[in-house]
Design a protein around this ligand. Structure first.
Ligand code: FAD
Length: 280
């Protein structure tokens, strides 16, 4: 449980952090809250030669509203998200692990790490958020839908820093979040978040995000299509939720079989949509 030896630096600017990553080569790694990376290092599943700590880099903290969207700094902790007015995102952040993890873990770390069992990646898909990546060759914007490439693999390049997340305010949308775990502070066996835009009892639009239903976070597109344009009746919601596991390939693990996870996805989707339309 003791990590391999590593060098450490805590640069005081973004440019210096990127330069340290470039100089450190392929074994250099950023560290933010450390609550995903340090456990991997202790298990010797990761052995970076250099840790570049982002904590002194200015401008990476905080939540701010600008032109109909929220701009969230990458170093914003789960606790800070929970106490912000971000609707679904705040609700989801409040279900992550325990207070100690929420006080240290960051949204940027969670998204860059790209664990399909993490709660915020699927939430960002549903919000249709965008992230800003800054590297030696400049800045680029990546949609959440293009961020997650495979098991713990993201679009973030080895010399890039995820600096900011832009989340549309989704005014007029209802939201619901359901997370199933054995103990209240555990990782999700399956998680579902849903946002619904309703007009006169009809589903104008709906987005459903699935956590831990594959190697990457997913949208339940078949269920979304089944509900879009329909009356938001209990029967229509239940019928749409039946399609929540379409196209998914959840891994069987120590907690649940793939079949059980598919069952959970259907049940949790029905409940999340019901919460989002206010009937939950
Ligand atoms: P770090 O551990 O510092 O970094 C993770 C990875 O991201 C590293 O590869 C690092 O190089 C990279 N990175 C970090 N920041 C950036 C950046 N700005 N730009 C580019 N790359 C970056 N999460 C959940 O969602 N749900 C849970 O229920 C949950 N339970 C947990 C329970 C425990 C006991 C623990 C220890 C963690 C749990 N987590 C859970 C994970 C937690 O939310 C992590 O803190 C989070 O996923 C990673 O954020 P971090 O800031 O700690 O990242």
């Amino acid at each position: 449980m003791i990590p391999a030896a590593f060098d450490y630096t805590a640069p005081e600017s973004l440019d210096a952090a990127i330069a340290a990553l470039v100089d450190g080569g392929e074994d250099a790694k950023l560290i933010a809250g450390g609550h995903s990376l340090i456990p991997l290092m202790k298990l010797r599943l990761a052995a970076p030669s250099l840790l570049v700590d982002l904590r002194k880099v200015p401008g990476l903290h905080g939540v701010e509203r600008q032109n109909g969207e929220w701009r969230v700094g990458a170093l914003t902790t789960h606790t800070a998200l929970e106490s912000s007015e971000l609707g679904l995102v705040s609700a989801v952040a409040g279900t992550i692990a325990d207070m100690q993890v929420r006080n240290r873990g960051t949204i940027g770390g969670s998204l860059a790490h790209g664990d399909a069992a993490s709660d915020l990646p699927a939430t960002m898909l549903v919000c249709e958020a965008e992230v800003t990546l800054q590297g030696p060759d400049g800045q680029r914007s990546v949609a959440a839908a293009d961020l997650f490439k495979g098991y713990m693999t993201t679009e973030v390049g080895e010399h890039e820093v995820l600096t900011e997340i832009r989340i549309p305010a989704l005014e007029g949308w209802g939201y619901g979040h359901q997370k199933f775990n054995r103990r209240s502070e555990d990782w999700a066996m399956v998680g579902v978040c849903a946002v619904v835009k309703a007009s006169d009892g009809v589903c104008e639009d709906v987005r459903i995000g699935l956590t831990h239903m594959g190697s990457v976070p997913l949208r339940a597109t078949a269920a979304e299509e089944a509900l879009r344009g329909k009356e938001l009746s209990t029967e229509n919601i239940a019928a749409a939720a039946e399609q929540a596991a379409e196209g998914t390939r959840p891994p069987t693990d120590l907690n649940a079989s793939a079949e059980y996870k598919e069952h959970l996805a259907r049940v949790l989707t029905r409940r999340a949509i019901a919460d989002a339309v206010g009937g939950g």
